[in-house]
Design a protein around this ligand. Structure first.
Ligand SMILES: *[C@@H]1O[C@H](CO)[C@@H](O)[C@H](O)[C@H]1NC(C)=O
Ligand SMILES: *[C@@H]1O[C@H](CO)[C@@H](O)[C@H](O)[C@H]1NC(C)=O
Length: 187
């Protein structure tokens, strides 16, 4: 086979990831609950994490504030949190954010918003988040119970079949919220 054919076949095999073309940042703010993620996530920075929640706000410089909370070891374990910030380097690619987390072994990580659910109460209801290599993948939702009832089947199918997160370490794994002891500021 010549090189061109091999490149084309590789391209087909690993469906290139696209990020959203429009993003209303205001509707992306607030609390997000991790309802699914890839094994890579839990083998690395969310090792032994349960009940992982992200909260996004706006800083005075216009960047987004990031607060990640988790329970360590079990759904009632000790609370661990990490803060940071995120921004959109290129307004023409509003779904391609860079995230900095305080104390993390990287300066900036890619954070791509790949697909967004419907807007309700002025908030997107779910989001598929990943990065260009497709190792790390999260599904975030506003309400884990409602997500399972209304959106899970469709989102899992999109992640697995359309976006082809179907490898052993990047497949969709549900992250249950049953038994999670609520954070004190939870609604
Ligand atoms: C956000 O953070 C980046 C990286 O520190 C910085 O270059 C930028 O000026 C900040 N503010 C905005 C609005 O992007
Ligand atoms: C973004 O969302 C907010 C909250 O729903 C809304 O008030 C605003 O008009 C939206 N902005 C755009 C440009 O659609």
């Amino acid at each position: 086979m010549n090189k061109l054919i091999i490149v084309v076949l590789l391209g087909l095999a690993s469906a290139q990831l696209q990020s959203v073309q429009t993003l209303n940042v205001t509707q992306y703010l607030g609390n997000w609950y991790e309802v699914a993620s890839s094994p890579w996530v839990h083998l690395t920075f969310e090792k032994d994490a349960y009940c992982t929640r992200a909260t996004y706000g706006v800083q005075s410089d216009g960047n987004l504030s990031v607060l990640n909370m988790e329970r360590y070891g079990s759904p009632s374990g000790e609370i661990k949190e990490i803060t940071g910030y995120a921004y959109i380097p290129n307004p023409e690619q509003p779904g391609q954010l860079k995230v900095h987390l305080d104390g993390a072994p990287f300066e900036y990580a890619d954070y791509w918003i790949v697909q967004l659910g419907p807007v309700k109460n002025e908030q997107y209801q779910w989001a598929i988040v990943s990065e260009p290599s497709k190792f790390f993948m999260w599904v975030l939702a506003r309400d884990p119970v409602e997500y399972n009832l209304l959106y899970k089947t469709q989102v899992q199918n999109t992640v697995t079949n359309t976006l082809q997160f179907d490898g052993r370490f990047n497949q969709y794994v549900a992250r249950p919220w049953t038994g999670c002891v609520p954070y004190s500021d939870s609604q």
